[in-house]
Design a protein around this ligand. Structure first.
Ligand code: NAP
Length: 276
């Protein structure tokens, strides 16, 4: 077994306490913290995610405003909806559920968001601040990875972190956050040559590939720290991108489920109150 099983709940609970206090303080000053969630269409995963966020924000003392638009809504109509929420003083933050239906350009929706109300770093201004090293308010999943590493006291400065995946929502921003905390970062992707060899040099592995059990024990250095971002369904069972057998070699390891995902939603809430 690995030395430290880095469970997400205990990390989320630390944020929960701080957020409850902040939201109650805002309420005392007459500000009702409100998250607007915009969903276009009937994607079941988006609706499940929306349900979890509504429950979470309410459990913290805030409110949710659900805007459910039919799949036929045009891009211009979604942008008009976002712009109206941008100008609505009762809305603290806005989360448009991605991906939008195919006829809508996700980037255009992100661009329409007022940067101050963008809770998941979909706007290029916020993403740019992260890439310039001036903000840690990246998207919720990369922030969750960092919150877990920091909570469990994982030393980062000077360590070699290897990130598998270069998506704009996970791989790239988590690489920037690791760099902000002085890791030496290598980003791998589907065209990377000798990936197992590179992974074996990693002090810290962040797996964001989307392939169940992709990282196997032969790719892991003894004592490495592993953060498993993957969410994959195999035979009706949720599993990560890292083969659980890697746990034997790791000094610390996030479980799936119960690791990164648990903290991610709390990071949305943390971003929601950041300007209060
Ligand atoms: P994505 O956009 O599909 O990106 C996957 C990345 O993996 C790409 O950069 C791809 O490389 C790389 N890749 C694919 N096959 C590879 C291979 N054989 N060798 C090396 N790299 C390979 O996925 P994502 O949105 O970043 O999500 C990644 C995983 O995290 C998924 O399982 C997703 O469900 C999960 N996720 C979890 C949370 C959470 O809160 N826990 C949140 C978001 C996502 P190319 O760029 O070359 O194609």
């Amino acid at each position: 077994m690995s030395d430290v099983l880095m469970k997400g709940k205990i990390v989320a609970d630390v944020y929960r306490t701080a957020l409850e206090t902040k939201i109650a303080e805002a309420k005392a000053q007459g500000i009702e913290v409100t998250l607007a969630i915009v969903i276009v269409g009937d994607d079941p995963a988006s609706h499940v995610y929306k349900g979890r966020l509504v429950k979470l924000v309410e459990s913290l003392g805030g409110k949710a405003k659900e805007i459910l638009l039919p799949a036929t809504t045009t891009q211009e109509e979604v942008i008009a909806c976002i712009e109206s929420l941008n100008g609505d003083e009762e809305i603290t933050g806005i989360l448009p559920m991605m991906p939008m239906p195919k006829h809508i350009n996700d980037d255009e929706i992100g661009a329409a968001l007022k940067a101050e109300k963008d809770v998941d770093c979909l706007n290029v201004v916020n993403a740019g601040e992260v890439f310039l090293g001036r903000s840690r308010y990246a998207a919720c999943t990369p922030r969750s990875c960092m919150a877990i590493l920091n909570y469990y006291g994982i030393e980062l400065a000077g360590k070699h972190a290897v990130v598998i995946g270069r998506s704009n929502v996970v791989g790239k921003p988590v690489s920037m956050l690791l760099l902000q905390q002085n890791c030496t970062v290598t980003i791998c992707h589907s065209r990377t040559k000798n990936l197992p060899e590179i992974l074996r040099q990693a002090d810290i592995i962040v797996a964001a590939v989307g392939k169940a059990g992709f990282v196997t024990p032969d790719m892991v250095k003894e004592g490495a720290v592993i953060v498993d971002v993957g969410i994959n369904m195999v035979d009706g069972k949720l599993c990560g991108d890292v083969d659980p057998a890697c746990e034997e070699k790791a000094s610390a390891f996030t479980p799936v489920p119960g690791g990164v995902g648990v903290v991610s939603n709390m990071m949305v809430m943390d971003a929601l109150v950041r300007n209060l």
